[in-house]
Every structure is written in structure tokens, then in C-alpha cells.
Design a protein around this ligand. Structure first.
Ligand SMILES: *Cc1c(COP(=O)(O)O)cnc(C)c1O
Length: 410
């Protein structure tokens, strides 16, 4: 056994695909925290003991270090204790969970929401609850791993659609004779940062009587006027609920978003038509057979979902940072390809695995942490730096990243 695994690990190492974890903690301890240092705490870390300016997290709004979010978790611990003790269907569902679900439904403008302890678990449970043998799934080639795993578990027929190719999707839907058809897509693609054309996908789903599942892990909090996510970005929902043009047309939509990224805490939710959500509650095995997230997490999320609505400056500032970074990379004439992206994810494609690792190391030597992303997370030959911006970054920190990139390119 040892020889087998050592042989396989050596092959990963040779292909520059071996990963290793770093030990990461905020540079500034909460006891020393002045209010002005809240942002610094969400961007500067001790990584393996060394201080680093980080562009690696998905904490797009800096809410993981928000004082009100941390306080809500503390209060909930005092009230509920730490563990949820059981599945939500046994006795793990608290008033904090119930209130969070109501808040998420109201905020996204959808009839009902169901909270899951993790996004991965949500997708792996959700897809098999929706479709099975005899049904067909149409999945964008760049969809997240957990959607793919959910599809595999469902045993529905899988049709992989080339990334963003609406014509190919149309042809595949037209050719299908399946009983139920489910189109599945990331709303914002996690390693590219681009946004799926959700209205066009909905129109195709209407034409071919298919359902549409969108995974808004990277849009929720970041896109939309108040951070409601990709549906609001396209004007499909607003503060008062579903927009007039989309009224009566949302029944075929299954919305899913995660809460460990822009919301800064953990978990995910599925939202949409009330009886669909009730069905998922009854059937998703990752919901039924897993211990609920602690109530303190649900309480922290209520505070963070409130903060992301109230503090619009976070999205405004993120936009300023993004434009500065993009303009700076273009004018520096770096030898790498910056992908088009209107989100917090700014991928700089380098190509070969070892080159991406070398650039990452050159940045690291300058105190700047940007993760290199390699296959199988991204397609072969497109290893990249996934620069991830946060509203907690300052303009000066963007300039520091730009200077480090220029240095790494020589
Ligand atoms: C991160 C991510 C998930 C998984 O969510 P977790 O809460 O981290 O388990 C699902 N889908 C997409 C697109 C993601 O980026």
C-alpha cells in the first residue's frame, strides 16, 4: 500500500500537481484590533509564519472579519451552545436557522430558501433530488466539481455543453427526448470570473420545457444592486421580488448560492418555488443525513447578509479596485493574459503549471500571496494566478500587487 501511494504521489510531484496546505491566520489578533484595522485583518495574514498580503481568499466583501458578524456568532454560542447536535430533520434546526432562511428568501426575492451546511453538500444533494434515471442534465463544461459530482450521483444522462455555447445547448435540448431536462450552470465561473447569460438560458429552458439550476457561489453578495446576486444583476429580481417581466416565469428556476465566500461565513442555500424547496428538504440526502450547521453559523450569517445589503460601499470599493488592477495590468504590458471579468475574480492565465508556480513564488518572495490554480481545477495548459479581490483591500495594496507582478515578469 505504501509503495503504491508513494509511486502515485511521486507522479503528481513530477507533473507539478502536488498541493500543500499552508497554515494561515490573521496577522492582527482581535485583542489588538482598532476599528480601522478590520480591513487589514481580512487581507493580511501570517502564512506559514510569514506576513503576507493575500489575494487568495473568496472573502470578496471582507465580511469574515466584520465586528457585527463576529458578535452575532458570540451571542449565538451563549444562547445555543456550539454544536447543532443532529440533522435539521431531527433536532438540529434552530430559530436562528429558520430566521436565516426567511431572510435569504426575502433578500433574493424568491419564495423560499433552504440552508445547507456547505455548498458542496448542497449541490451533491440537490441534483439527485431533482433528476434521476431517464432524465437528462445539460452541464456547462466549466461547472464546479460539486455540480458534476451531483450529476453523476443522480444517474441522469449527462450532456456536457461547451462553455457558454448557447447554440450547442439549444441543439442538445432539441435532440433530447428525456422526461425531465435540467440545465446546470455556474452563474459566475469560479476560475474565470465571467457571468453566465442567465436570461438567455432561461429563454432556452422555456422553449424546451427544461429547468434551470444556477450556482451563484461567486455572484451572491458581489453582483446586483444590493448584492442579491446574478438574478438581480440581470434585473430578473429586485427589492420587491421577481421583476414584472419575469413574473410567472421563475417556477423553472432553482437558485443556489454559497455563504462561505462573499457572505464571509459558511454554508449555502437553495431557493426557488416553495414546493420545489420542500421536495429538496424531503429528498436531499446531504440534508437529511448530515448534522446541521451550528446555530452560531446561522446567526453570523444573518448579520453578514444584513451587512452586505446595508454596506453598499463594499461593492463600490470592489469596483474601484478591480478597475485599477485591470488598467494597471494592461498598461504594464505583462506577458500573461488577463481574462475579461466583471467580478472579484481576476484570472491571469500563465499556461504551464511550472510557470504559474514560478510566478506565484516570485510574488511570494515579495510578500504577496496569489494562488496558482492548476489542472484539474482548470483545463490543461491554462494554469493561472487566480487574483481574488476583496472590498477589504486598499488602493495601495492593489498598487503593491501590480508592482510585484511587474517584478515577477522580468
Ligand atoms: C465554492 C463553490 C462551491 C462549494 O461551496 P462550499 O460552501 O465551499 O462547499 C460550490 N459551487 C461553486 C461554483 C463554488 O465556487
Amino acid at each position: 500500500m505504501t509503495a503504491l501511494f508513494e509511486h502515485d504521489l511521486a507522479r503528481l510531484r513530477e507533473a507539478h500537481l502536488l498541493r500543500h496546505r499552508r497554515q494561515v491566520s490573521p496577522l492582527i489578533a482581535p485583542a489588538e484590533l482598532a476599528p480601522s484595522q478590520e480591513a487589514l485583518r481580512a487581507t493580511t495574514y501570517l502564512i506559514d509564519g510569514k506576513p503576507r498580503l493575500s489575494f487568495g481568499s473568496n472573502d470578496y466583501l471582507g465580511l469574515s472579519q466584520h465586528p457585527a458578524v463576529m458578535a452575532a456568532a458570540h451571542e449565538a454560542i451563549a444562547r445555543y451552545g456550539v454544536g447543532a447536535t443532529a440533522s435539521p430533520l431531527v433536532c438540529g434546526h434552530s430559530p436562528a436557522h429558520e430566521q436565516l432562511e426567511a431572510a435569504l428568501a426575502a433578500f433574493t426575492g424568491l419564495p423560499r430558501a433552504l440552508y445547507f451546511y456547505a455548498g458542496y453538500a448542497a449541490n451533491v444533494g440537490l441534483v439527485p433530488a431533482l433528476v434521476g434515471k431517464g432524465d437528462a442534465v445539460f452541464s456547462d463544461a466549466l461547472n464546479h466539481a460539486c455540480l458534476i459530482d451531483g450529476i453523476r450521483l443522480s444517474r441522469a444522462e449527462l450532456n456536457v455543453v461547451p462553455h457558454g455555447d448557447l447554440q450547442a445547448l439549444e441543439a442538445a435540448l432539441q435532440a433530447s427526448t428525456a422526461r425531465r431536462k435540467l440545465v446546470v450552470t455556474d452563474a459566475v465561473f469560479s476560475m474565470d470570473g465571467n457571468v453566465a447569460d442567465v436570461p438567455a438560458l432561461m429563454a432556452l429552458c422555456e422553449r424546451f420545457d427544461a429547468w434551470l439550476l444556477i450556482d451563484d457561489a461567486h455572484g451572491f453578495g458581489v453582483l446586483g444592486e444590493h448584492g442579491e446576486g446574478t438574478l438581480s444583476h440581470f434585473g430578473m429580481v429586485g427589492r420587491g421580488g421577481v421583476a414584472p417581466a419575469w413574473q410567472g416565469r421563475m417556477d423553472r428556476l432553482i437558485y443556489m448560492a454559497t455563504l462561505g465566500k462573499a457572505a464571509g461565513v459558511a454554508g449555502a442555500f437553495v431557493a426557488g418555488e416553495a414546493s420545489m424547496v420542500e421536495w429538496v428538504l424531503q429528498k436531499a440526502r446531504t440534508y437529511m443525513f448530515a448534522t446541521a450547521a451550528p446555530a452560531m453559523i446561522a446567526a453570523a450569517l444573518q448579520a453578514s447578509v444584513q451587512a452586505l445589503q446595508d454596506e453598499a460601499w463594499r461593492r463600490d470599493h470592489l469596483r474601484v479596485l478591480r478597475e485599477r488592477l485591470r488598467a494597471g495590468i494592461v498598461s504594464a504590458g505583462l506577458p500573461w493574459t488577463l481574462m475579461p471579468s466583471e467580478t472579484a475574480i481576476q484570472p491571469l492565465v500563465i499556461g504551464r503549471n511550472e510557470d504559474a508556480l514560478a510566478v506565484m513564488a516570485a510574488l511570494d518572495a515579495q510578500g504577496v500571496w496569489v494562488p496558482a490554480i492548476r489542472p484539474p481545477t482548470v483545463p490543461e495548459g491554462t494554469a493561472r494566478l487566480r487574483i481574488s479581490l476583496s472590498a477589504a483591500h486598499t488602493v495601495e495594496q492593489i498598487d503593491q500587487l501590480l508592482a510585484a507582478l511587474v517584478q515577477a515578469a522580468v
